[in-house]
Design a protein around this ligand. Structure first.
Ligand code: MOS
Length: 691
């Protein structure tokens, strides 16, 4: 039997999704269903002094108007982000301050616009600035890294370098825009809470809901069989779930609550804007001797969220003298949150742009420059990487792209009005593992079922786990079923940080191995009721936690820029990646191409346009927050090199959800410089910056 792993199976749920039978969070039917609509604060900072819900309540079909004066009480010590409708304080514009529940979504929406709130408005501070005297050093950066890391002596090394660059970069805020907004259906029965949720992982959501509502964990069940994308925005329990559960408690009926697209822009998280300074000292051969990366980002007054912007620089290239720092501004803004390749996305834009400037300064080819600064030893820990195929990605990418004999001269290729250029960048993302558990059952009819509370947020994780399970059971895939997306299943961490498949597959393999051992003991005679085993990999995972493990890549871009209007078009995007074992080439390619496309969108289009006067974004819909559309996206090619890593997990899987975006924007910005001679250090690359 040939292995299932490595085969390009179509998604198991693909048919259900395209025929509309796959149910998402607000598509589950329920008897007596009611609809809720969130009411956002219309001030930036202050205190609610009065709530008048008479006009809202007068709308036909309105069942309840919840606010801080009448909502069910939540435990105060669980999560400040979720502690809503409990107190009159407003911390940011768009903060949920009331919820309307009605018989229909139309009535709920109309009434939501009629809830009148009076405020005592206080002055606000929302502008991210490198000159902010209140910038501070957080205790750590996400998820738990030191804020500042020093090796050697940067100042001395930099002063002594023959080539020195001191560069400033800025990235704006970005908004997670999954097709499915944050959405929940909540219902209570006999003191038990059942939620269908859009979360990227329900194991932590179950526990947090239990604590918020003072319930035993077993009294809460959260289901997310299908999730319409997340990109990190749904990584943990979000406020709409809590609001839906409160609303359901009050009206004693199942309640659906989906955020509007407008409400997705800010209140539930976004990628922080960054201000970055990169200094590179190098020899005339382009070998880096000193690197410093200082990153500034923002958090809210509600909770601390510290983007790990400079992390990329800690582990990517060799240099004896190095320093990375993070500082944060605490502003009257919504709390930033996770968005695809947090930290590495803005950080790689800065470092990989700076390397392009170094290549030009030293007159070394950009691919060659990265090869010269390659290292088999993690510069931060001093330990060898478990595997490192950056050079293979660079070399293979250069070959596939046709990089050889590139003339590095900027603004030297013109056809009619079009200036053309090519650029490239390195890429990497940590290959982390999280604890997980799974169970496997053999049935007397020769079929198997594998269960794990993993989440398929559209990535194809269900299909990949099914392939992994079939091989581990040495069974034809047709005899294997996979159950996931339900807290009734063995606990596992959310789909985030590119940890999903690497961690879940480990637990699935161990469960299947254990089951096979027991079947051997029974000589294959499966009891009539089936044979069940359940395993946890937590101890195994903990034993490996400190190894430096990364996926790598190389990104290449070709652009053309209209010399008269500055219009920029990406003509070609090509990436080569080293992401460990490839479980399913079809779903892997989709992840990589999706990430690269998101990087293109970041380079040219996406931008949260913040207006400090109003303390919010001027653009908060998909008309004014432009995400690259089909016409903007050329042929995007993703390839991979053989990347074996025996120290990662049983199959050597690295995870590929995020690496596709890392470096993509820098490759495009570098190509734009090659085309025009204009170096854009502040994204996005809009035409005004090129003229
Ligand atoms: Mo990803 S931003 O960790 O879901």
């Amino acid at each position: 039997m040939s292995p299932a792993v490595g085969q390009p199976y179509a998604r198991l749920e693909g048919h259900d999704k395209v025929t509309g039978t796959a149910r998402y969070a607000v598509e589950y039917p329920a008897d007596g269903l009611a609809y809720a609509q969130m009411v956002p604060a219309t001030i930036v900072r202050g205190v609610i002094t009065g709530v008048d819900s008479r006009a809202a309540s007068a709308i036909d079909g309105v069942l309840a108007v919840l606010h801080h004066g009448n909502a069910p009480r939540l435990a105060a010590d669980v999560d400040a982000e979720l502690y809503r409708l409990q107190e009159p304080t407003v911390h940011f514009r768009g903060q949920p301050v009331a919820v309307v529940v009605a018989e229909t979504i139309e009535a709920a929406r109309e009434a939501a616009g009629l809830v009148r709130l009076d405020y005592d408005v206080r002055p606000h501070r929302t502008e991210l600035s490198a000159q902010d005297p209140q910038l501070y050093q957080p205790g750590h950066v996400n998820p738990n890294y030191p804020t500042d890391v020093v090796a050697g002596d940067f100042d001395t090394g930099f002063a002594a370098a023959e080539v020195r660059l001191d560069l400033a970069y800025r990235t704006p805020s970005y908004h997670n825009s999954p097709m499915e907004p944050h959405a929940s259906t909540a219902q209570w029965r006999d003191g038990q809470l059942l939620v269908h949720d859009s979360s990227q992982g329900t194991t932590p959501a179950q526990e947090i809901l239990a604590r918020l509502f003072g319930l035993p964990v077993a009294a809460v069940r959260v289901v997310n069989r299908h999730v319409g994308g997340g990109f990190g925005g749904k990584l943990y329990l979000k406020v709409q779930t809590v609001l839906a559960a409160m609303a359901s408690q009050v009206v004693d009926r199942p309640v659906r609550l989906a955020l509007t697209r407008h409400q997705m822009f800010g209140p539930v998280g976004y990628r922080t804007p960054t201000i970055q300074r990169v200094r590179l000292g190098a020899g005339p051969d382009g070998r880096i001797t000193a690197v410093a990366h200082d990153a500034i980002s923002q958090t809210s007054t509600v909770t601390e969220f510290a983007e790990q912007t400079a992390l990329y620089t800690r582990n990517m290239y060799a240099a004896p003298h190095r320093r990375t720092t993070h500082r944060i501004a605490r502003l009257d803004v919504p709390t930033p949150f996770w968005m695809r390749a947090p930290g590495h996305t803005p950080g790689s834009f800065a470092l990989e742009s700076a390397l392009d400037e170094l290549a030009l300064a030293c007159q070394v080819d950009p691919v060659e420059l990265r090869l010269r600064n390659d290292t088999a030893i993690d510069p931060e820990s001093g330990h060898p990487f478990t595997s490192r195929n950056l050079a293979a990605c660079l070399t293979d990418g250069a070959h596939r792209f046709g990089w050889a004999d590139r003339d590095p001269t900027p603004r030297a290729r013109r056809t009619g009005r079009w200036l053309s250029g090519t650029g490239m960048a390195g890429s990497s993302y940590p290959a982390r593992i999280r604890p997980a558990s799974a169970s496997a059952t053999a049935y007397a009819d020769g079929s198997f079922e594998v269960r794990i509370n993993a989440a398929d947020i559209g990535t194809g994780a269900r299909t990949a786990l099914w392939q992994v399970a079939a091989d581990a059971l040495d069974a034809p895939p047709q005899r294997v079923r996979v159950q996931m997306g339900d807290t009734a299943l063995p606990a596992a961490d959310p789909a985030g940080g590119s940890t999903g498949l690497a961690s879940w597959s480990w637990a699935v393999v161990r469960a299947c191995e254990r089951l096979c051992e027991q079947l051997v003991g029974l000589r294959g005679r499966v009891p009539a009721e089936g044979l069940l085993v359940e395993v946890s990999i937590d101890d195994e995972v903990a034993a490996q936690a400190t190894l430096p493990r990364y996926a790598y890549g190389a990104q290449f871009a070709e652009v053309r820029v209209d010399a008269d209007t500055g219009e920029t078009q990406v003509r070609r995007l090509l990436g080569v990646f080293a992401v460990g074992r490839v479980v399913n080439p079809t779903t892997l390619r989709s992840q990589l191409v999706g990430g690269m496309t998101m990087g293109l969108s970041m380079a040219l289009h996406e931008q949260g346009a913040f207006d400090n006067r109003y303390g919010t974004w001027a653009n908060h819909d998909l008309a004014s927050y432009h995400i690259s559309s089909n016409a903007d996206v050329p042929a995007v090619e993703a390839h991979w090199v053989t990347d074996e890593d025996s120290q990662l997990n049983p199959l050597g899987i690295k995870g590929a959800g995020e690496i596709g975006i890392v470096g993509a924007a820098a490759a495009i910005a570098n190509a734009v410089h090659h085309a025009t001679g204009v170096r854009v250090r502040e994204l996005p690359i809009t035409l005004d910056k090129l003229l």
